[in-house]
Write a protein that binds this ligand. Structure first.
Ligand SMILES: Nc1ncnc2c1ncn2[C@@H]1O[C@H](COP(=O)(O)OP(=O)(O)OP(=O)(O)O)[C@@H](O)[C@H]1O
Ligand SMILES: Nc1ncnc2c1ncn2[C@@H]1O[C@H](COP(=O)(O)OP(=O)(O)OP(=O)(O)O)[C@@H](O)[C@H]1O
Ligand SMILES: [Mg+2]
Ligand SMILES: [Mg+2]
Lengths: 165, 158, 158, 165
């Protein structure tokens, strides 16, 4: 499977609909401090099923919805969509392209979609099981976290190995 | 399942040693089961000895050395169980220029199996990118994407 | 002693806001006693709002923004109680070039009261040094000092 | 008071007697990963009275003694001396120059000296009380630790304020 697109709208600092198209190989993301680069990583983990607000640097899940700036009011919805090329059927979904979407409304309501069909968060998480890619997979290394692999107690490290082996 | 774990573990051990030597230009590293009779439950120890140095607890390594050892272990796990996508957020922050280059070279070895998204402030890391995106906040508090492709060596605002 | 604490705390609050605005080019920051009736025992809260952004919990700030806010608070404490010597080990690691320059400018304001020892990989930070020492490990595992003074712009091995 | 010299011998990677002379202003210390820069910070904190091996990145205090390399055998003694210009008498010691020394032998024996006179660790720690400089003072920020001031629980932050105010 190949990641083809990441679309955000109202997610953290991405107030306006913004998309990132990905090709094979290495995509580097650069920019000044605080411009939104790590927010992209949060968006990927969120749509893959991360449920801990704290692990997305917030205190409650509502914190991922764009909450205003000097020139804009806060918004009522955060939405992220990941689109994959699934020609190799690595994802257990019989479709050449698979899009997963997560929405959170300020009312507290959530929506989850796979290829525009409503589903549960559980279904999104299960879709990615066994692909090596997941909201807490070792394949996503967050800022400041790389050293944990060698510093953490041997029990925490165990969790990484269990997932990988 | 115990067999499966032990097979992966053996493979990770071997790769870890190999990638460590590649990143450090020598030395030795290993991962060990703290209780080989209880492989599915016991803790996992790491030993790492940079070239020319004596073996000591991994806590004594420098910031950059710890990052490099962690990267070697991470990529050893990747080799054993490839992931289609790998996202690295400022993983090179503690590396000096020489180590940053070695890290970049190792990343390129994995391009066969995986796509990479790398967030960085380091110009040398930017040079290995096939595609470069900038993120800006011209309007305060609002993130915006800027495309910067290398082929034509100029920033194209999209 | 309660009076002493409250006086220092008030001074730190004011400086923190001032240095934060200086480092961020605006915005607002404050430190608050979680229980003003119990100033000697209660916790201390921090609020920080970069310019143009909405006030949110400090945990949502970026890596570089957290470093900059921490530096503003640290220097506010210095102003209130100067230390003759300040040692900073790779404090600039998460900063982009523009913020690194602002950090350097703030350090220079404190030269009246304190000596600074700054460990860094950033060339821009090296440029504000009066004296530059290199540490090398030519012989594996053995640290050695190399003097590099700026006045004559050349490395003198001592 | 002004720091004038830091001398190390057998401390961590500084197997040979090495000295750093400090002038007023900013001294920058640079070099490749693992060359020994942070070990200098450990040395300063150690001679000022740090007793936690863990906070010096070791598992036992013996870990600060040079323990060998490809070309050298381990050594039996770690020694660090800090020399200050004390013309302003900021240090409670009636001397224009004050040198504090700490030694640790592999046998486990320790020695502490102020201006070459034997003393206890307690005496060194007390000398620096109220100067703003101490082994765990806010004026020494270790690698990777700067963000703690804004991330730590409000109780940990309290400790820093108590020391400062
Ligand atoms: N819900 C939200 N609404 C608006 N802005 C938000 C929201 N959540 C986070 N932010 C803002 O996003 C910014 C952080 O972005 P991010 O962590 O992606 O920065 P970064 O580009 O990774 O920077 P660095 O290089 O310093 O790591 C913060 O300034 C924060 O205020
Ligand atoms: N007792 C000891 N004997 C010999 N070498 C030691 C001892 N204790 C630590 N070291 C070595 O010192 C090195 C770490 O040095 P230090 O942390 O000062 O590096 P650094 O210059 O700060 O690097 P970085 O830029 O990566 O932070 C390690 O390689 C470690 O093996
Ligand atoms: Mg970031
Ligand atoms: Mg260091």
């Amino acid at each position: 499977m190949k990641l083809r697109k990441l679309e955000l709208h109202g997610f953290k600092s991405f107030a306006d609909r913004t998309d990132f198209v990905f090709e094979d190989g290495i995509t580097a993301i650069v920019g000044p401090n605080g411009c939104g680069k790590s927010n992209l990583v949060d968006a990927v983990r969120w749509v893959l099923g991360e449920q801990s607000a704290k692990s997305l640097r917030g205190s409650q899940m509502m914190d991922v919805i764009f909450n205003g700036s000097a020139t804009r009011k806060s918004q009522g919805l955060a939405e992220v969509t990941l689109t994959f090329d699934n020609t190799d059927r690595a994802l257990s979904c019989d479709s050449d392209f698979v899009g997963v979407t997560r929405k959170l409304y300020r009312s507290g309501e959530s929506e989850y979609l796979i290829n525009k069909n409503a589903c549960r968060l559980k279904d999104i998480r299960e879709l990615f099981l066994d692909t090596g890619l997941g909201y807490d997979s070792y394949s996503i290394i967050e800022q400041g976290k790389v050293e944990l692999l060698v510093q953490s107690s041997s029990i925490e490290r165990r969790a990484v190995f269990d997932e990988a082996a | 399942s115990r067999e499966l774990f032990l097979t992966s573990f053996a493979e990770i051990r071997e790769r870890f040693g190999e990638f460590f030597r590649k990143l450090f230009g020598g030395g030795r590293a290993d991962v060990l089961l703290s209780d080989p009779d209880d492989p599915l439950e016991c803790g996992i120890e790491i030993i790492a000895r940079p070239p020319g140095k004596e073996l000591q607890s991994i806590s004594l390594l420098s910031g950059g050395e710890k990052t490099l050892a962690a990267v070697a272990l991470l990529f050893a796990i990747f080799r054993s169980k490839p992931s289609p996508l790998c996202i690295l957020d400022e993983v090179d922050a503690a590396l000096d220029e020489a180590n940053n280059d070695r890290f970049n070279a190792l990343v390129r070895e994995f391009l066969v199996d995986s796509q990479f998204i790398i967030i960085t402030h380091a110009k040398r890391t930017m040079t290995i990118a096939d595609v470069l995106y900038g993120v800006t906040m011209q309007e305060p508090g609002i993130s915006k994407r800027v495309s910067v492709k290398f082929e034509n060596q100029s920033a194209a605002v999209a």
